[in-house]
Structures are given as C-alpha cells and as structure tokens.
Design a protein around this ligand. Structure first.
Ligand code: TXA
Ligand code: MG
Length: 334
C-alpha cells in the first residue's frame, strides 16, 4: 500500500511536505498535486529514480518527462541557452501551466529527455508543489501520475486507482484547479512551436513573444515523441461528437444502447430512461470541461460503460486544449 497524506490548501503542513521531500532526496517516487493535474515526481538528477517513474507508469522509454523547478536559479541546473524570449515567457507565465522546451544540460538524467538534446521545464503554481521542490532541493521530473495511456489524475483517488502499491507516497491536496495539462512550447525552433496545447493559449503566447506555430501532425511526432502513443483514454471506447456536427446526440446514444451500457458527457441534457445509460452534464465552457473531463471519463468507466459519447465544445481559446485531449481520447491509435 502506498502512503497517502493529506495536505491542507490553506495551511501547507510543512512536516508532511518534508516527509515527501525526503523520499524524493532518497530516490523514491511521490505523487503530488499541481494546478493542472497530479504529477508523479522523482529526483530529475538521479538516473535510477527516473527509471522508477517509467516502470511505475508503464511509460514507453521514448516519451520524455517534464522537469519541475521552484525558482529561476534552479532552471540553470537543467537548461542551457535560456534566451531573451524564454525570459519573457518566464516573466509572464511562471509559476503556471506553461512548459518550455530548452537545450538540456548534462546534469539532468538522460532518460528524462528520452535521449533528446532538449529538456522540458516548468514552474508549477501550486504552493505545496513549490515547497516540495524547494525542500527536496533538486529539480523534480514529473509526468502526470496515471498509468500510461489513461486519463490524467485530478484527485488523489485517481492516482491511487492507477498507482497504489507502485509508488512510495501520494500527497492528497484535493481536486486540481485547472484539470488538464500544461501547454508545451518548443523554444529550440524558429518560430517557437506548440507541441501540446494547454491552458496558456496560442494567443497569450503571441502577445508575449510574437509568432508561435502549432505543431503539424508529422512534425509533432518527430519533436514530441510522447504524442504518438495512445493518450487520455478510459477503458471504454470514446466517441466524440464535434460541436459543428449535425448528428443528434439523443439518437446516437439511443442507437448505441442496443449494443451495451452507454455513458454520455456533454452540455446537452439527454433524457433516456434506461438503467445502463449514465449522463454527466457539464457547463458549455472550456473551464468546466477542463476541470471535469478526466474525472468524468474515469467515473463512467467505473459505472461500466462500454462506450462513452462526448459532446465537443468550441476550439476557441482554452477550448483548443480541451478538444485536443478529447480527440486523442477518441482516436484509435495505440
Ligand atoms: O501539467 C503538466 O504538464 C503535468 C504536470 C504534472 O506538470 N505534467 C504532464 O507530464 O502532463 P506528461 O509526462 O504527462 O506530459 C509531458 C509532455 C509529453 O507530451 C512529452 O512528450 C512532452 O511533454 N515532452 C517532455 N519533454 C520533451 C522534450 N524534451 N521535447 C519535446 N516534448 C517533450
Ligand atoms: Mg501524461
């Protein structure tokens, strides 16, 4: 059994965080809340510790990890050639949900970057995460704390469901605030490229530094190897109905019920009187979708749905990140 310790958002219990930090310093694994999703942390400078992350998650070795730092000085331990553009982004968005891909320094365990010459770094906003890194006194490599391929965890219970017995400790800080992962921006290319859309939008990035591109499918695969693997998926098949689709959600759900239990997540009320139909209704806003989508997918899995119908939202602003995750969850790629 993995030790689960509660954190109080108002009063960060320093002795709890100290216990977690000592596990990290000794090469162990601690899951902790950030403002986006829960991360599975290990000392980024310790090769064996980093290896344990890949084992616990069942993560393919070619999918690099994000390194978390607590201040600007710690960034210099992991990255080289921090440009004026990077500094402008750091000033505007850190601490926060923006990950920067920079030139890697060799102190960082090579496996963190899956052999690439770059390293992805972010400074999380959550006070307990910052305190954990500060007390561990080392940069913390942390992918999302789910089994590889599953929806990212937004509560400690989600982490326990996937990783209980496989990691040393879970810090339980309640539900995460944003609910989907950070924006990943590659600053080693000209112009910079968004490898993974997130809560910091392309428009916000362009306001800060000018032209920023969105990765195209082929290019994205080359530069962010992790994106090739199946992602964000519950056990049930996910069927995404895009916002501009003319299909009737009610009809789709009714037809699928002939084949087995159906789950529905969306902003339209679908009233179907059938004991194997379960609906989770969300507000039609990116913020609400982001905060609830992963837990809703997990919840409908638990209720035994064999297919989950998800109603899409607009791709505008933060909606782009939500729709990116939903399209991946619905894709058949392995
Ligand atoms: O919000 C977040 O980013 C959360 C919290 C815990 O910080 N972390 C997270 O990590 O989502 P993970 O491992 O689930 O996703 C990391 C993403 C992957 O798509 C990976 O391919 C990409 O970042 N990545 C990491 N290092 C990279 C690098 N050097 N070059 C390109 N992409 C990289
Ligand atoms: Mg992940």
């Amino acid at each position: 059994m993995t030790l689960v310790l509660k954190l109080d958002a108002e009063h960060p219990q320093l002795e709890v965080i100290e216990q977690a930090a000592s596990i990290i310093r000794n090469g162990g694994l601690v899951a902790f809340p950030t403002e986006t999703v829960y991360g599975l942390g290990a000392d980024a400078m310790n090769k064996q510790a980093v290896q344990r992350i890949f084992e616990a998650k069942g993560r393919p070795a070619d999918n690099p990890l994000i390194v978390h730092v607590c201040d600007r000085a710690m960034l210099d331990l992991v990255a080289d050639q921090v440009s004026a553009r990077a500094e402008a982004l750091i000033a505007a968005f850190w601490p926060g949900p923006l990950t920067l891909v920079l030139k890697r320094r060799h102190l960082v365990a090579k496996s963190v970057s899956a052999g690439l010459s770059t390293v992805a770094v972010r400074m999380p906003r959550s006070q307990s995460a910052l305190e954990l890194i500060r007390r561990a006194a080392t940069p913390i490599a942390a992918p999302s704390a789910n089994r590889s391929g599953r929806p990212s965890p937004t509560t400690a219970a989600h982490v326990a469901r996937d990783l209980d017995g496989r990691i040393d400790m879970i810090l339980d800080g309640g539900g995460t605030n944003i609910g989907i992962e950070s924006t990943v921006l590659d600053l080693t290319s000209e112009p910079p490229v968004i490898l993974r859309p997130g809560w910091v939008t392309r428009e916000q990035l362009m306001d800060a530094i000018g032209q920023v591109e969105l990765a195209e499918a082929g290019e994205e695969l080359k530069r962010s190897p992790g994106t090739r693997h199946k992602h964000y998926s519950p056990r049930a098949r996910v069927l995404l109905v895009e916002l501009n689709s003319s299909a009737s959600i009610h009809q789709i759900c009714s037809d699928l019920l002939k084949e087995g239990p159906v789950g529905f997540i969306g902003h339209t009320r679908v009233a179907i009187d059938n004991s194997v139909f379960s609906a989770i209704v969300l507000k039609d806003r990116a913020e609400d979708y982001a905060r609830s989508i992963y837990s809703a997918l997990r919840e409908l899995d638990e209720r035994g749905a064999s297919v989950i119908v998800v109603e899409g939202i607009s791709d505008q602003g933060e909606g782009a990140a939500v729709m990116d995750r939903l399209r991946r969850a619905a894709s058949e790629a392995q």
